[in-house]
Design a protein around this ligand. Structure first.
Ligand SMILES: NC(=O)c1ccc[n+]([C@@H]2O[C@H](COP(=O)([O-])OP(=O)(O)OC[C@H]3O[C@@H](n4cnc5c(N)ncnc54)[C@H](OP(=O)(O)O)[C@@H]3O)[C@@H](O)[C@H]2O)c1
Length: 264
């Protein structure tokens, strides 16, 4: 029998979101899962219900459009025992800003920024009333970085990290816990969707989605707001902050994307 309340996870049809769903179902949370791929979400809900005796439902919504975000928002407001919200839905891009059309750039802003802001805003009143709740916003190491061909990705992820830290301060002293989860390269559908052949050694060295999620959930027991899984990515974040900007730009221009390009 469930005693933990409900966890809502966006982008739960694969990768990091799916692992959050599996882990939280294992801890006894009922689930409200979001994504666009019914063929992934339906069997996942059935499997987790049978395996863990929890209630799992899914909602299909495309965050490229305001209506998609609003549908999930409305559903979220109706969850009386919402305990955890994981704003995870997202995707990458490998095109130069000037060569890409504006629509995919806007879709990224809708998915990373608008959805995170609107769902957080919808979740907080109930959590504050109960003085209890956790919001994990999935950002990225890229949010600490800048680089060519990643302008909107880096900027939207920087927004998520900053937004999360500010809310943590604004609501300190309440029972609401915030985390900005900032993974580095992680094995999921993310890179295959960008057209990379992910069978090579470069991709095998990525962190697993399980490692990322387990680090996030462990880190909730401590006080840190920003969670960067993996020592190598912690070093990247520290180096990006310490290096003089001129040196940083030179390295970013020389290396950004080059390892991924080799992996194509
Ligand atoms: N993989 C990495 O190296 C990495 C590194 C740092 C941060 N991240 C972040 O981690 C999060 C999860 O990514 P992942 O690596 O687990 O990739 P993934 O396996 O591709 O999962 C992405 C999830 O986001 C959903 N999604 C994507 N675009 C959407 C849209 N327009 N509307 C609604 N849902 C959408 C997808 O749902 P459907 O396909 O069912 O629509 C899917 O469930 C993302 O925010 C990503 O930026 C990933």
């Amino acid at each position: 029998m469930n005693t933990q309340g409900t966890a809502c996870i966006t982008g739960a049809s694969s990768g990091i979101g799916e692992v959050f769903a599996r882990r939280l179902a294992g801890q006894g949370y009922n689930l409200l899962l979001h994504g666009r791929r019914k063929e992934r979400l339906e069997p996942l809900c059935l499997e987790l219900q049978q395996r863990h005796g929890i209630r799992a439902e899914y909602i299909l919504a495309d965050f490229s459009y305001p209506e998609g975000i609003r549908n999930v928002e409305d559903r979220l407001r109706g969850v009386a025992d919402l305990e955890i919200l994981v704003n995870n839905a997202g995707f990458g891009s490998r095109k130069s800003f000037t060569r890409d059309a504006i629509a995919p750039q806007e879709t990224m802003i809708h998915t990373h920024v608008h959805a995170t802001v609107r769902l957080t805003h919808a979740a907080l009143p109930g959590m504050l009333e109960r003085n209890k709740g956790t919001i994990i916003n999935v950002s990225s190491v890229a949010g600490f970085l800048v680089g060519p061909n990643s302008a909107t990705y880096c900027a939207t992820k920087a927004y998520i990290t900053s937004f999360t830290e500010s809310l943590h301060l604004e609501l300190s002293g309440t029972g609401i816990r915030f985390q900005a989860l900032c993974p580095g390269f992680t094995r999921s559908d993310f890179h295959a969707r960008l057209g990379f052949d992910t069978s090579g050694e470069f991709f095998r060295n990525f962190m697993s989605a399980e490692e990322v999620v387990d680090t996030s959930l462990r880190s909730l027991k401590g006080k840190r707001v920003i969670c960067v899984p993996g020592i190598r990515y912690k070093i990247v974040v520290i180096a990006s902050r310490l290096l003089p900007r001129r040196v940083y730009y030179r390295i970013a221009l020389a290396t950004r994307g080059s390892r991924l390009r080799k992996a194509e």
